[in-house]
Design a protein around this ligand. Structure first.
Ligand SMILES: Nc1ncnc2c1ncn2[C@@H]1O[C@H](COP(=O)(O)OP(=O)(O)OP(=O)(O)O)[C@@H](O)[C@H]1O
Ligand SMILES: [Mg+2]
Length: 352
């Protein structure tokens, strides 16, 4: 039952967009299985897309957040704050099925929606992870694992796939997400600061220090202390490849490859920080095989991505032609879809 977290410490790199596209396409191509998406981000961007986009999705978020208790991740977290170390086994009550509101999302996909209230609860979650019993830290950091387990009990199946959309900052709820995920997908944009962001991800999660005597991350130390699992890198994804001209595509690839070289160095030192793809050919033996397994590039989908997100229609289900967003018409070209759809399908075919 693989659990994927989509995270980068840098904002705006496509975490939510890719969570939406990947999970929806994964569900469509695995109709016999259930898919669970947990939105651990207070901005709830991917939830809004799953629930129907800018208008329907936002209205649904208001409704779910207005319920008592809130039928969102914050509702679950609130319940855990009042029972931090004893699992009340209530996680399944917080599920929503986007298909009931948005027919473009496959019916086998379920969502625990994001909620801005997470931000308000953060200090109480941190508080619960500190004092109290000795194992307060691991108990609190298992809340999301508990939630996934509650859903497993409800569904009574062992095989389902989980995708977690994360907030960029390494706050307590991102820690909870990381402590529950097995596999990490790191999207990044091909600009100068992405390299630094990927380094930060490695140091926060794995405690790598770049300077001699530098402080190791508290999170990495605690995971080791309590022998908890840290997610293995599954993909690093250069997102929004511009195909405007050959020169910009080449510049994009240069940045992706330079970040790739850095991640390859980590592989050479610590292959156990990676998750070998079960669909692949075993551990990569050279740089090319390494890239083939762990590196991916997603093209910029231009207007198609805006329409897809604003209307909550996964790109694979989007049709060319005019679409109305907030009373205005926008045209999706077939050529945009012809590039982006196989791109997302290829990425998803390599996810177990
Ligand atoms: N491949 C793509 N093609 C076109 N637009 C994209 C693509 N990926 C992401 N975007 C757009 O880029 C913007 C930022 O993406 P997104 O919100 O997914 O980033 P994020 O990493 O989740 O941001 P945050 O850190 O704020 O959570 C959005 O408007 C999204 O639609
Ligand atoms: Mg986001």
């Amino acid at each position: 039952m693989p659990t994927y977290a989509i995270w980068n410490n840098k904002g705006g790199v496509g975490k939510s967009y890719l969570t939406f596209q990947i999970a929806a396409e994964y569900a469509r191509t695995h109709l016999g299985q259930k898919v669970l998406v947990i939105d651990m981000c207070p901005q709830a961007n991917s939830s809004s897309m799953f629930l129907g986009g800018m208008e329907r999705g936002e209205a649904a978020l208001d409704e779910l957040g207005g319920a008592t208790p809130r039928r969102t991740i914050a509702g679950y977290v609130r319940e855990r704050i009042s029972s931090p170390y004893q699992n009340p086994r209530v996680g399944a009550a917080y599920l929503t099925r986007p298909h009931d509101r948005n027919g473009s999302v496959p019916e086998n996909l379920y969502l625990v929606t994001g909620d801005e209230e997470l931000e308000m609860l953060a200090s109480r979650v941190e508080g619960a992870s500190r004092p109290g019993p000795d194992d307060a830290w691991p108990k609190v950091h298992q809340w999301i694992l508990d939630l996934i387990d509650d859903v497993r009990q409800l569904w009574d199946v062992d095989q389902f796939t989980v995708f977690i959309d994360c907030n960029p900052s390494f706050g307590i709820y991102t820690e909870l997400a990381m402590a529950s995920a097995e596999r990490l997908i790191i999207p990044f944009s091909a600009d100068g600061s992405s390299r630094r962001a990927v380094r930060t991800v490695l140091s926060l999660l794995y405690g790598t220090t770049r300077l001699l005597g530098g402080e190791r991350s508290e999170f990495a130390r605690q995971l080791e202390r309590f022998k908890l699992r840290v997610p293995g890198i599954y993909f690093y994804v250069g997102n929004r490849l511009t195909q405007a001209n050959k020169a910009s595509a080449a510049a994009f690839r240069t940045v992706v490859n330079s970040i790739g070289a850095e991640i390859y160095a980590v592989w050479r030192q610590n292959p156990n920080r990676f998750c070998i793809h079960p669909t692949g050919v075993g551990p990569p033996a050279n740089t090319k095989a390494f890239r083939d397994m762990f590196q991916f590039e997603v093209a910029d989908a231009n207007t198609a991505s805006v329409v897809s997100g604003a209307l909550g229609i996964p790109i694979v289900a989007l049709t060319a032609g005019q679409h109305t967003i907030a009373g205005r018409n926008h045209t999706v070209n077939q050529s945009q879809l012809d590039k982006q759809i196989p791109n997302i399908q290829e990425l998803v075919s390599r996810i177990e």
